[in-house]
Design a protein around this ligand. Structure first.
Ligand code: C2O
Ligand code: CU
Length: 443
């Protein structure tokens, strides 16, 4: 079949003509010939998925499941992932959210590659440097494709990690939409409370991934816990928490650790109406006990043990101020009504942040709208310099998705060290689709 011909063919992406692209994709790709430490094949295909409540959803899946298979690698590995599109008519790509790959491997349709059409395949190859909890998703019509299920977790273990008896479990939050338009929030495919058995005394690491558009609030009840990483970055000396609520913006990740007690622990995703979640208990029974009040953990009080790259006295080579807002005027992408703007404009009229390699770049985000905007810059991590004018002192807070709530101002900085043309957009993908998208370009 044509599928097989394609899949045998190449290491270096498919053979469409990339000459007219604004950047030289060939120079900006990962190693093309070395032997990969990890190899995966992901088949994009439609599939009916059964939710825990019994309802069936028409999903778009990787390998017949959503979330797709969890990809696992070690820091420093060369990873090869072959994407095969079986039957997603609009084409598919894969973006590695949180993993700073060379530009040509970034998986943005129309920018770093063409969408992979049904019967075609495309091979990504890159070395993973960022240990932590990351994820992958299609970046062709992402607001539709991610919602329909084309995403999965991507876990990169630090080279120093030898702890093997830890229960390491990933939980991906996402919203399903039924054919009649109902929104069904789910953790993996569980839209109800689930039960899991863990032996008392077991160290547990929960990796919470928010693959949905909306900010989600999680609580953990029944055990003291620590938030040990945010967006994959280990935190420095995380404190022990009991009643803190964890608020994770779209695209963001929190890693939580606790020692399994001999009584039940309830993880809940809080929502108006009824929460959903998981009860962990020694015997699989245990009573659900949702904590729904508490203070939201202020992540600006934490930081990673990494060396701070920037502080409030850093002299930046480039600074940009970006006002995030909404508008109700005009037609965008054929749709009248609400749009999301950056400095008053919708994409592609939004600013392009021009940088050159080696620049220290500061971007100030001001949210004047009524919604959260989790701003995600591809290909780079950013360090938060200040929030609402208050400098973040102590350990640096490093993120790839900065959730900016209404009225908030964040100054974030990055080193321009990954040449190419990059997306910088709101990870409420409906907002991105309705204008809140811009580019970072290297001159
Ligand atoms: Cu996770 Cu541009 O996306
Ligand atoms: Cu937004």
């Amino acid at each position: 079949s044509s599928l097989d011909e394609n899949t045998n063919a190449h290491h270096d992406g498919h053979d469409s003509n990339l000459d007219s692209k604004p950047i030289s994709v060939v120079e900006l790709k990962g190693p093309q010939t070395d032997i990969p430490e990890k190899k995966y094949v992901l088949y994009a295909e439609t599939r009916k998925i059964r939710l825990a409540s019994g309802e069936t959803i028409e999903a778009w899946t990787f390998n017949g499941q959503s979330p797709g298979p969890e990809l696992v690698a070690n820091e420093g590995d060369l990873v090869e992932v072959r994407l095969v599109n079986k039957n997603i008519d609009s084409g598919v790509t894969i973006h590695w959210h949180g993993v700073d790959v060379p530009n040509g491997e970034d998986g943005v349709a129309g920018m770093t590659q063409d969408a992979v059409m049904p019967g075609e395949s495309y091979t990504y190859r890159f070395v993973v440097k960022e240990a932590g909890t990351h994820w992958y998703h299609s970046h062709q019509q992402s607001s539709i494709q991610v919602q329909k299920g084309l995403f999965g977790a991507f876990i990169i273990h630090p080279s120093s990690q030898h702890e093997t008896k830890t229960m390491d479990t990933t939980i991906v939050a996402h919203d399903w939409i039924t054919p009649d338009g109902r929104n069904i929030p789910a953790l993996d495919t569980a839209d109800t409370f689930q039960r899991k058995m863990f032996n008392p005394g077991t160290p547990v690491r929960l990796r919470l991934v928010n693959a949905g558009n909306l900010t989600r609030t999680f609580s953990l009840n029944g055990v003291p816990f620590k938030v040990v990483a945010i967006d994959g970055y280990e935190l420095n000396e995380p404190g022990t928490l009991t009643t803190s609520l964890l608020r994770i913006g779209g695209g963001g990740r929190y890693d939580v650790e606790f020692i399994m007690p001999d009584t039940a622990v309830t993880l809940a995703m809080l929502m108006e109406g009824k929460p959903i979640g998981i009860v962990y208990s020694p015997d699989g029974h245990g009573k659900r006990n949702v904590l729904d009040e508490g203070e939201v953990l202020d992540i600006t009080k934490y930081g990673s043990p990494a060396q701070a790259s920037f502080n409030t006295s850093t002299v930046f080579d480039r600074t940009f101020t970006l006002i995030l807002d909404q508008t109700y005027f005009g037609v965008y992408n054929g749709e009248a009504g609400q749009q999301w703007v950056i400095n008053g404009k919708t994409f592609p009229d939004t600013p392009t942040l021009m940088v050159k390699e080696g620049d220290l770049v500061k971007t100030t985000f001001v949210n004047r709208s009524f919604a959260d905007h989790p701003m995600h810059l591809h290909g780079h991590h950013v360090q938060v310099i200040s929030k609402n004018g208050k400098p973040i002192s102590g350990s640096p807070l490093v993120l790839d998705t900065v959730n900016i709530e209404p009225g908030e101002t964040f100054e974030v900085a990055f080193l321009a060290n990954n040449p190419g043309l990059w997306m910088d957009h709101c990870h409420n993908l409906d907002h991105a689709q309705k204008g809140m998208t811009m580019h970072v370009a290297y001159e």
